[in-house]
Design a protein around this ligand. Sequence first.
Ligand SMILES: [Zn+2]
Length: 68
Amino acid sequence: MTSTTGTLEAQPTLTALDRCDRCGAQAYVRAELASGGILLFCNHHARQLETSLRPKTTQWVDESDRIS
Ligand SMILES: [Zn+2]
């Protein structure tokens, strides 16, 4: 019998250990820059920087809806 239990390990998600690069609060947004860097932001700074920074990113992953 073959059991294929699908996992989503290919989908990195933010944890409580991920901290905003600006203020050190828990991060809920991961921004992957076109230059290759990755920045993490809390909700506050993500909103503040989204307009200017988002065009420079290849991915803007907002996980703020995961706040429980
Ligand atoms: Zn912050």
